[in-house]
Design a protein around this ligand. Structure first.
Ligand SMILES: C[S@@+](CC[C@H](N)C(=O)[O-])C[C@H]1O[C@@H](n2cnc3c(N)ncnc32)[C@H](O)[C@@H]1O
Length: 246
């Protein structure tokens, strides 16, 4: 068993990236050297005797454990982009802006034989994302620090998928079309309806095919003895606009 692993007890969980030093939990201190030689499913105890179970870290944990800079896109929305763009695992993808790197990480994970180029204009956010990519063990991500509106002039290859989650998205639609391969998808994520409408109209104006804007709503359920009901604290996340270059 190699790090990273998760130590879990009910609602409390911790990501462990090195088997050295101490972890201060809600229930006392765990000496992380004790994880060496253990297996997934084994138990470790805090100095107070409280048990934590060792669970493998997997891509389904990115959202829970990635360090945050800018607000990340939620897995439900990333899943929709993957399905609606029919992502194949050998794609060349452009992601802008990187933010916390959530989208870049999931796209890289599902694009095993391809590459993700991710562009972020804030150096400190790029640094946080780089740490997340390292935690996730992803090697097919190329990070660029800069403004994608200028950086894009230097791209020599055509992209299969471009994903935008940034301020100047509508202004970038024309450039995105230039650097997409024919049949490639442009997907844009935006939390506001007005901005989404601007992107939609720009994509139609630039001749994208099958353009649609939508929102996905994930409703979590709470099962109690008295009955079951929705509990989701977050209802609205953002709108996705997606279309193909023809
Ligand atoms: C909401 S965050 C992206 C979150 C990211 N999609 C994720 O899931 O972690 C938007 C990011 O875009 C960056 N950004 C805004 N305009 C940009 C531009 N023109 N070029 C590059 N990055 C830009 C911001 O600095 C910010 O980090």
């Amino acid at each position: 068993m190699e790090p990273p692993v998760i130590l879990e007890r009910g609602r409390n969980s911790y990501l462990v990236e090195k088997f050295e030093g101490e972890l201060h939990t809600h229930h006392g201190i765990i000496k992380l050297e004790e994880l060496k030689g253990k297996n997934y499913g084994d138990i470790v105890r805090t100095h107070l005797g409280v048990k934590y179970r060792i669970v493998p870290f997997s891509p389904s944990d990115f959202f829970r454990f990635f360090r945050r800079s800018a607000t990340p896109v939620m897995p439900k929305d990333i899943g929709a982009v993957i399905a609606y763009s029919a992502l194949s695992p050998d794609s060349l993808i452009l992601d802008a802006g990187t933010g916390s790197g959530m989208v870049a990480a999931y796209l890289a994970y599902f694009n095993k034989y391809g590459e993700v180029v991710t562009v972020e204009r804030r150096r400190e956010f790029a640094r946080v994302a780089r740490q997340n990519f390292r935690t996730a063990g992803l090697k097919n991500i190329h990070q660029i620090v800069g403004d994608v509106r200028f950086v894009a002039d230097g791209f020599k290859k055509e992209f299969d998928l471009i994903f935008l989650d940034m301020k100047d998205d509508a202004e970038f639609v024309g450039k995105a079309k230039e650097i997409l391969r024919s049949g490639g998808h442009l997907a844009v994520y935006n939390p506001y309806i007005e901005a989404t409408k601007r992107v939609y109209e720009e994509m139609v104006k630039h001749g994208f095919f099958g353009v649609e804007s939508f929102e996905l709503v994930k409703i979590d359920l709470e099962f109690k003895r008295v009955g079951t009901r929705p509990t989701s604290p977050i209802f609205h996340t953002g709108y996705i606009t997606i279309g193909r270059k023809v």
